[in-house]
Design a protein. Structure first.
Lengths: 410, 265
C-alpha cells in the first residue's frame, strides 16, 4: 500500500501519553528541527489507518525513538485511537535489529490499552518473532499498598523494641555462656579462638603503635608550648600522663579496633549469614552464639586492656620524646614527675574503660553482622554500621565514666 | 561432528576453538581442545564436576587467557586483537553466570540497563524501552523496580539472562543455567533459551551437566573428560548417548555408574 501522506514526527519529547489529540493540520506546520532519530521512523496517514514506518539501520543508531513519544505521535497525528487500527511498516528497515522489536513491542502494548489494533506490514520475521516472544506483565495487581501512617509508626516502634530485646538477649547470652568458655565447655574451637587472639592482639600492634605514639607526641607538643609560656614545663608529664592513661590511650585504641576488628567481624558474620553458613551451624546443633560470638567477644575483651597498657606506654613515650626535644626535660626527670603526678587509679580507670569498649565493639559487630540481610550490599552496610555504632558507643561510655568518676571524686 | 582440525583454515562464522590448553600453573585442566560452534546454534559443554567446563567458559569469555591455543569469533582472534577490537568483541558476548551475579544493590531494571548505560549513547528513556522489552522477553515484564533479593531463583536466572542479552549480543554464554532450579522452571528456561536462539539468531554456548537440559537444548556438544583432561567426544548428545565410542560418555549421558577401570573408550 502506498502512503498518501507523510507527517514528520514532532522532535520535541513527549511529556504525556494522554495529552490532547492535535490535528494533522496543526502538526504539519510545527517548525521542525533535526532529530537524531528522524531517519529511523515517520508517521504516515493511510486510508486504512495511521502507519508507523520504520526505516534505516537501528543497530548503528546512537539514539532511538522512545515508546511514549512514538505512541503519542501515532495517537496525536491522525487519531489512531479513533480509527481503531494502526500499521507498523518495516519495509524500509536496513536490518532486523532487536532494537526494532523493543519499540514495536512497547507501541503494541500501549496501543492495546487504547483498543487500537496493530498490524505488521513488511516487518522482518525475526522482529515479529521477538515481539511474539515478549510476554507483557500479568494483569494482576502486584502493587504494595502503603499502610496507614499510624500502622507504619507502630510497626517501626515494634521493630525498635524487637532490636532492644535482641540486644538484651545477646548480652544475656554473653553472661550465660562466658563461664562455659572458661571451663572449656563452650561449642567453640580453640584454634579459632587463638586465631582471633592473634588477629585482635598481635596483628593490631603496628597501627596501635603509630597512632598512640603520635597522639602522645601531639599532646606533649601542644602542652609544652602552652606550659612553657607560664614557665610550667615541668608539669608536662602530668598533662600527658593523665590524658593518655585516663582517656586517650583507651579511646584511640578503641577507635582503631572498631574500624579494624569490628568491621572485619561484622563483614565476616554477614557473609556467613548470606551464605547460610550460620543456618548450617544451627542445623548441626551448634549454637551460633557460642561458636561465633563468644570467641570474638572473649578475644576482644581480653586483648583490649592489654592493648590499652601498650598504648598508654607508647603515648607517654611520645610525650617524653617531645619533652626532651622541646623543653630539654630528661627522660629521668619526666618519669620521676610522672610517678608523682599520675596515680595508679588513672590507669585503672583507663583499663576498665578498655574492657568496656572491647565488649561494646565485639557485641555490636557480632549483632549487626548476624542480623545483616542476605546480599553483598548488606555485608558492607553491616561493617559501616558497626563502626558508626561502636564510635558513638565509645563516646557515650566515656561520657558516663566521666560523670561517674566525677561524682565519686576519683 | 563439531571437531575442528587445527590445520584447516578458520571458519568465517561462528566460534572456533583451536588447540586450546587450559592450565593453572603446572596443573593442566584441559588440553588440545578444538571445536567449532555453528552460528545460531546451541553448543553444550558437558562433563562431570571438576572437569574444567566452567574454566573453558571463563577462557572463552576472556576472563582468563589460555597458555596455548586460539579462540576465534567470526574470524576475529580473541587474544590477538588490539585493545579496542578486543573490547568491541567482548561487547558482542553476553554471559549468564552460574550464581546469576546480579548486582544486589541495584534493582532488576538497573541491572539490565547498566550495560546499555555504559556501552551506548542511548538516553534514559531509550534505555527504559530496551530494558522493558528485554525483561518482557524473559517473562519478567514490569519487574524493573524489584530488587534481586526479592526474586525467586528462577526469576533471578531470567533477570540474569535479560542482562546478558541487554546489548543484543551475537554470542550468549550460559554457566549452569538450570542449576538449582525445579524441573518446571528449568524446562521453561530451556524453552526460553531456544526461543532466544531462534529469535535473536544467537550462538549459545552452555556449560551444564543437567541431562534433561542437555537433551532438550543442545544442537551440538563436547564432552570434557576429567581423567585424560581432553575432549573425548563431540556431537549431538542424543546420538552420543546411544553410540558414543567411549563408555564414560555413554555412562554420563545415560546416568549410569561407571566402573573404576573403565577407560575413555
Amino acid at each position: 500500500m502506498r502512503p498518501n501522506k507523510t507527517i514528520a514526527h514532532n522532535p520535541k519529547p513527549a511529556t504525556c501519553q494522554n495529552r490532547e489529540i492535535r490535528s494533522f493540520r496543526y502538526r504539519a506546520f510545527v517548525p521542525q528541527t533535526a532529530s537524531p532519530t528522524s531517519n529511523l521512523y515517520r508517521i504516515e496517514a493511510r486510508p486504512d489507518g495511521v502507519a508507523l514506518v520504520l526505516a534505516g539501520d537501528w543497530g548503528a543508531a546512537t539514539h532511538l525513538p522512545t515508546t511514549p513519544r512514538v505512541v503519542d505521535e501515532l495517537l496525536g497525528a491522525t487519531g489512531a485511537d479513533a480509527s481503531g487500527q494502526a500499521v507498523v511498516d518495516g519495509r524500509e528497515l536496513v536490518s532486523a535489529h532487536p532494537r526494532v522489536a523493543a519499540l514495536v513491542y512497547g507501541v503494541n502494548q500501549q496501543l492495546r490499552k487504547r483498543d487500537v489494533a496493530l498490524r505488521y506490514e513488511g516487518l522482518p520475521e525475526s522482529v515479529q518473532a521477538l515481539v511474539t516472544l515478549a510476554r507483557p506483565a500479568a494483569a494482576t495487581d502486584t502493587t504494595v499498598r502503603r499502610a496507614h501512617w499510624l500502622t507504619r509508626l507502630g510497626e517501626r516502634g515494634r521493630m525498635r523494641l524487637g532490636s532492644v530485646s535482641n540486644t538484651a538477649e545477646l548480652i544475656g547470652n554473653a553472661f550465660a555462656a562466658t563461664p562455659k568458655l572458661a571451663v572449656g565447655r563452650a561449642q567453640a574451637r580453640w584454634v579459632d579462638f587463638m586465631a582471633l587472639i592473634r588477629e585482635t592482639g598481635a596483628s593490631s600492634l603496628p597501627v596501635v603503635t603509630i597512632v598512640n605514639l603520635l597522639i602522645g607526641a601531639v599532646l606533649g607538643f601542644v602542652g609544652a608550648v602552652q606550659l612553657a609560656t607560664f614557665g610550667a614545663g615541668l608539669y608536662l608529664a602530668d598533662l600527658v600522663g593523665i590524658a593518655v592513661a585516663r582517656e586517650m590511650a583507651a579511646i584511640m585504641t578503641a577507635f582503631i579496633m572498631a574500624g579494624r576488628i569490628g568491621a572485619t567481624f561484622a563483614a565476616h558474620l554477614a557473609t556467613m549469614e548470606a551464605n547460610e553458613e550460620i543456618d548450617a551451624l544451627r542445623m548441626i546443633g551448634v549454637s551460633p552464639f557460642e561458636f561465633l560470638v563468644l570467641p570474638r567477644l572473649t578475644a576482644l575483651t581480653l586483648m583490649m586492656p592489654l592493648l590499652f597498657l601498650y598504648a598508654a606506654a607508647l603515648g607517654i613515650g611520645g610525650g617524653m620524646i617531645v619533652a626532651e626535644l622541646v623543653l630539654n626535660t630528661s627522660p629521668a626527670s619526666f618519669l620521676g614527675r610522672l610517678q608523682d603526678a599520675v596515680a595508679v587509679r588513672h590507669f585503672v580507670i583507663g583499663f576498665i574503660k578498655a574492657v568496656c569498649f572491647g565488649v561494646l565493639i565485639a557485641l555490636a559487630s557480632c549483632y549487626l553482622g548476624m542480623r545483616a540481610g542476605r546480599n553483598a550490599a548488606e555485608v558492607g552496610r553491616a561493617a559501616t554500621r558497626t563502626v558508626v555504632v561502636s564510635i558513638i558507643g565509645i563516646i557515650v561510655i566515656d561520657a558516663i565514666f566521666a560523670l561517674c568518676t566525677n561524682a565519686l571524686g576519683v | 561432528m563439531a571437531e575442528l582440525d587445527a590445520s584447516q583454515p578458520l571458519p568465517e562464522r561462528g566460534i572456533a576453538v583451536r588447540d586450546l590448553t587450559l592450565a593453572y600453573g603446572d596443573t593442566v585442566v584441559q588440553q588440545e581442545l578444538s571445536f567449532h560452534v555453528q552460528p545460531a546454534s546451541i553448543f553444550v559443554i558437558m562433563g562431570v564436576s571438576g572437569c574444567g567446563k566452567s574454566t573453558l567458559l571463563r577462557h572463552m569469555i576472556d576472563l582468563e587467557q589460555a597458555e596455548q591455543g586460539d579462540i576465534v569469533f567470526d574470524g576475529h582472534r580473541l587474544w590477538t586483537e588490539d585493545g579496542v577490537e578486543r573490547a568491541a568483541l567482548q561487547r558482542r558476548i553476553g554471559v549468564l553466570f552460574q550464581s546469576t551475579a546480579l548486582w544486589s544493590s541495584m534493582s532488576v531494571g538497573e541491572n539490565v540497563g547498566l550495560p546499555l548505560q555504559l556501552h551506548t549513547r542511548l538516553s534514559a528513556a531509550e534505555i527504559r524501552d530496551q530494558v522493558a522489552f528485554k525483561l518482557a522477553l524473559v517473562g519478567l515484564a514490569g519487574q524493573e523496580s524489584r530488587m534481586p533479593s526479592e526474586l525467586s531463583g528462577g526469576m533471578q536466572k531470567r533477570a540474569g539472562l535479560a542482562r546478558a542479552i541487554a546489548l543484543d549480543p551475537d554470542y550468549l554464554f550460559l554457566d549452569e543455567p538450570s542449576a538449582g532450579l525445579d524441573p518446571i522452571t528449568s524446562q521453561r528456561l530451556d524453552s526460553l533459551i531456544m526461543n532466544l536462539r531462534d529469535a535473536l539468531q544467537l550462538s549459545v554456548i552452555a556449560v551444564t551437566h543437567e541431562l534433561p537440559s542437555i537433551f532438550t537444548i543442545a544442537d551440538d556438544s563436547i564432552y570434557l573428560d576429567n581423567e585424560s583432561r581432553r575432549a573425548i567426544a563431540h556431537g549431538d548428545p542424543r546420538t552420543l548417548a546411544e553410540h558414543a565410542e567411549q563408555a564414560r560418555v555413554r555412562a554420563f549421558l545415560n546416568r549410569q555408574p561407571i566402573a573404576a577401570d573403565d577407560g575413555p573408550s
